[in-house]
Design a protein around this ligand. Sequence first.
Ligand code: MC0
Length: 140
Amino acid sequence: MLLRIDHVGIACHNLNEKIEFYESVFGLTVVSREVNEEQGVREAMLHVADGDQGASYVQLLEPLHPDTAVGKFLAKRGEGVHHIGYGVADITKALAEISAKGVRLVDERPRHGSMGASIAFLHPKDIGGVLTELVETSRR
Ligand code: MC0
């Protein structure tokens, strides 16, 4: 069901500072920057690698307001890994299969994600404390 690690989402206080850090330390390149009002984030995708099943990225996330998913996470836990995003071929089918196994879905239906992808989150409390995101994308 899971094709690849699409991205690792990392919560930070200052997006520009963190981009500079990842560029200078790891030599990564920003391929997309977006504001996603629905998710309450300003984010950047930095390309890591290409594989048979598509590309993988580091996603840096800065909250638009304190009262957002990432804002609350930062207040509680500080900067760090916020979620893992896995690539899937058919997100609607994957959500139905996962839900049938008793895992709570944060999103019953896909939402709009970075770089035109369809995304949906699974509840961290049912996945060993890891906020998990499914990503269906046509990009390669
Ligand atoms: C919260 N919890 C987490 C967590 N966020 N655990 C692991 N990883 C995380 N990132 C835990 C809290 O510590 C708490 O545990 C419990 O879940 C409830 O958290 P809360 O702070 O009280 O907040 P809730 O319940 O209002 O919301 C938690 C929930 C929410 C996961 C449902 O953050 C959510 O809907 N997340 C999905 C959307 C999202 O994260 N969007 C931002 C990225 P305790 O033990 O204290 O009860 S958007 C994105 O990434 C897009 C742009 C993309 O990829 O394209």
